[in-house]
Design a protein around this ligand. Structure first.
Ligand code: NAP
Length: 273
């Protein structure tokens, strides 16, 4: 089983956003299926710990790349850092909003950073790696979206727009390459129990401690299980019952009504903080 997986998607995977949460768990799950993994994030020391754990647990090779995906030249740095590897699987996970605040009170640089990290760089990396996958006639790409990308809402102006980009980008890329042996999925997450979400909720005062699990958050293990169960059933995979319910509700609504509903729900939630 893991031999088949490694032949189809190996020998190397690249996981962008691999130092914690879903990205680290994704890297571990790929290694458990026999792939070597390139682990990318900003914090070198944390990447080193994740890499050691994966090597000890699964006996695969690892490489770490400490790159800020919001910086100019990030995609070129990733291409250079993997030039000698055959990358058959790309996971672009990094992408959460560290702020959840209104567009005009935040800096324009925060929005530009979001678009660079969530739209420009994943597009560049997909262009770089998917071409070689198509030539080989095999490979896999996972791009992380969010329910925030379904409909616009306050406090997530640039974030929601970047996640709409990710979802449509994954769908469109799937339409071009899935017939050529490359699986693409856009994973749409709702509230998920990651260190980033805990940090944000703690900062906002909605979580007493980062050691607690936020209410109603989907465990990371569910994301991993649903992703691997649906690798070949792209392009878009909604994770968790709640997200699937929200997706159905919004799809049944007039877009403008849905936008108003989202604004009301967020303002009620903010008022309740
Ligand atoms: N958690 C949720 O509730 C939720 C809900 C909907 C969608 N999602 C989506 O799920 C994905 C994962 O979310 P998450 O909650 O785990 O948080 P995240 O902050 O997107 O992911 C954390 C990982 O990304 C890395 N990262 C963040 N910014 C980076 C940058 N500029 N350059 C390089 N690496 C960077 C972090 O490592 P370093 O800090 O070491 O760089 C860490 O390894 C995101 O795309 C997010 O939009 C999450």
């Amino acid at each position: 089983m893991s031999d088949d997986f490694a032949q189809r998607y190996g020998p190397w995977a690249l996981v962008a956003g691999a130092s914690d949460g879903v990205g680290a768990a994704f890297a571990d799950a790929l290694a458990s299926r026999g792939l070597n993994v390139v682990l990318l994030a900003r914090r070198q020391a944390v990447l080193d710990e994740v890499a050691t754990g994966i090597r000890n647990q699964h006996g695969v090779e690892t490489r770490t790349l400490a790159v800020d995906l919001a910086s100019p030249g990030a995609a070129a740095a990733v291409a250079a850092g993997t030039a000698d590897l055959e990358v058959g699987f790309l996971v672009y996970c990094a992408g959460a909003d560290p702020d959840f605040r209104d567009f005009l009170s935040n800096t324009i640089e925060a929005a530009e950073t979001m678009v660079q990290r969530n739209c420009v760089v994943p597009m560049q990396l997909c262009h770089h790696f998917a071409g070689a996958m198509v030539e080989r006639g095999r490979g896999g790409i996972v791009i992380f979206g969010s329910g925030a990308g379904f409909i616009g809402g306050p406090n997530m102006v640039a974030y929601g727009a970047s996640k709409a980009f990710d979802m449509v980008f994954a769908e469109a890329l799937w339409s071009e390459v899935h017939g050529k042996g490359v699986d693409v999925i856009g994973l749409i997450l709702g509230k998920t129990d990651t260190p980033s979400l805990r940090r944000l909720e703690h900062q906002r005062g909605t979580l007493a401690s980062e050691d607690e699990s936020p209410a109603d958050a989907v465990p990371v293990s569910d994301v991993i299980n649903e992703a691997f169960a649906n690798l070949t059933s792209g392009p878009t995979v909604l994770v968790g019952e709640q997200m699937r319910g929200v997706g159905q509700l919004l799809a049944s609504m007039n877009r403008n009504d849905a936008t108003r509903l989202m604004a009301e729900m967020i303002s009620t939630a903010m008022g309740a903080d």
